[in-house]
Design a protein around this ligand. Structure first.
Ligand code: SF4
Length: 357
């Protein structure tokens, strides 16, 4: 995989683009005016590995809450602003490290200029976010609809407004709910500039559909070397977005975070309640940052192969199950309940060792 060469910019203390790790972002879905709820959700996102969080700032009351949220957040924050340029300036004054704007809906050029000048003065990053619904009328007429070419031209026109003020700390996103349009748009954009790109499939859907669409769309782009930051959009708890983002990056060998869990799909040879066992392991490891590989397999025929490869592995059988630690058999246990208890005991031990290492 050859990563596209992009300009490196800084979101607070974080490097974005260049050869920096591909950054995982998410967005809160709490009412930004509710400082406690928003800070608590940021905390949950960060616990899952989220590295920057975007917040909607729909009105002045939300803007007033930003200073307290900024003070409590351990990661850089990005204000999502539409229509009112004064909210963007308020967010910068509150210390937020980034803005996500669509200059096309901020109003007259002098308002855009005021936002860009303020971002420059505060050392903040601006993400120009274009989606298929926000393409200007003139481009819709020129191209006959919000096609990938229209989205790219819209984004580059907006970026030129920032460049005209001497501003280059820009990221760009082009979002469509169509995977194929997103691919085409990002490929075109990637070839047209060297700004870091934030990738995502917008309005992707619930946990299952959204995960599949995002994995396909973002997976293809990342494999082509496109994408410096990413967000998986799900109609679900935003913490799930972070977990899915890391699984996509892990599948491509781009980043690792937290445990890798391997479980077989079960078949006619399965002799234990593997679903319950796998669920118990997933629940125990939810939110864990331990770099371990755990395998739960349903039989003693094909299971031991995978189980042996893991830090902790189980090959379950009706009469007896085998527990492996780093390739060695450490326990042979009779009975499903005893097997689950023994495996969870060993998992606990492994996690403790990793914590104290
Ligand atoms: Fe079936 Fe065993 Fe393979 Fe699981 S590991 S799918 S139980 S053969």
């Amino acid at each position: 995989m050859m990563r596209r060469k992009s300009r490196e910019i800084r979101l607070g203390s974080l490097r974005v683009g260049g050869d920096a790790p591909i950054m995982v972002q998410s967005m809160t879905n709490t009412d930004t005016r509710d400082v406690d709820a928003t800070v608590a959700q940021i905390g949950r996102l960060v616990q899952r590995g989220c590295e920057a969080v975007r917040l909607a700032v729909p009105d002045e009351a939300a803007a007033r809450a930003l200073r307290a949220i900024r003070e409590a957040s351990p990661v850089p924050l990005i204000a999502d602003i539409h229509f009112d340029y004064r909210l963007a300036i308020a967010a910068l004054e509150a210390g937020l490290e980034g803005l996500r704007i669509n200059p096309g809906n901020i109003g007259p050029r002098e308002h855009v200029d005021a936002v860009v000048d303020a971002a420059k003065a505060h050392g903040a990053v601006i993400r120009v976010g274009v989606n298929s619904g926000s393409v200007e009328k003139s481009l819709l007429q020129k191209y006959g609809g919000p096609c990938p070419q229209a989205m790219v031209e819209s984004a580059l026109n907006h970026v030129r407004m920032l460049e005209a003020r001497g501003f280059y700390d820009t990221k760009i996103s082009l979002k469509s709910s169509s995977v194929l349009d997103s691919l085409e748009a990002y490929r075109l954009l990637a070839a047209s500039c060297d700004y870091p790109l934030h990738i995502g499939i917008t309005e992707a859907g619930g946990l299952l559909r959204g995960t599949v669409k995002s994995a396909v769309g973002l997976g293809i782009l990342l494999h082509e070397g496109i994408g410096d930051t990413l967000r998986v959009s799900l109609t679900a708890d935003p913490a799930e977005e972070v977990t899915v983002a890391y699984e996509i990056l892990r599948a491509l060998g781009l980043r690792r975070r937290g445990p890798e869990i391997i479980s077989c799909p079960t078949c006619g040879r399965t002799e234990i309640d593997l679903f319950a066992l796998a669920r118990a392991v997933e629940e125990r490891l939810a939110g864990s940052t331990a770099d371990i590989k755990v395998a739960v397999m349903g039989c003693v025929v094909n299971g031991p192969g995978e189980a042996r490869e893991a830090d902790l592995g189980l090959a379950g059988g009706r009469d007896k199950g085998i527990i492996f630690r780093k390739g060695n058999v450490i326990r042979t246990v009779r009975g499903q309940d005893a097997l689950l208890a023994a495996f969870m005991e060993e998992l606990q031990l492994l996690l403790k060792e990793k914590e104290s290492a």
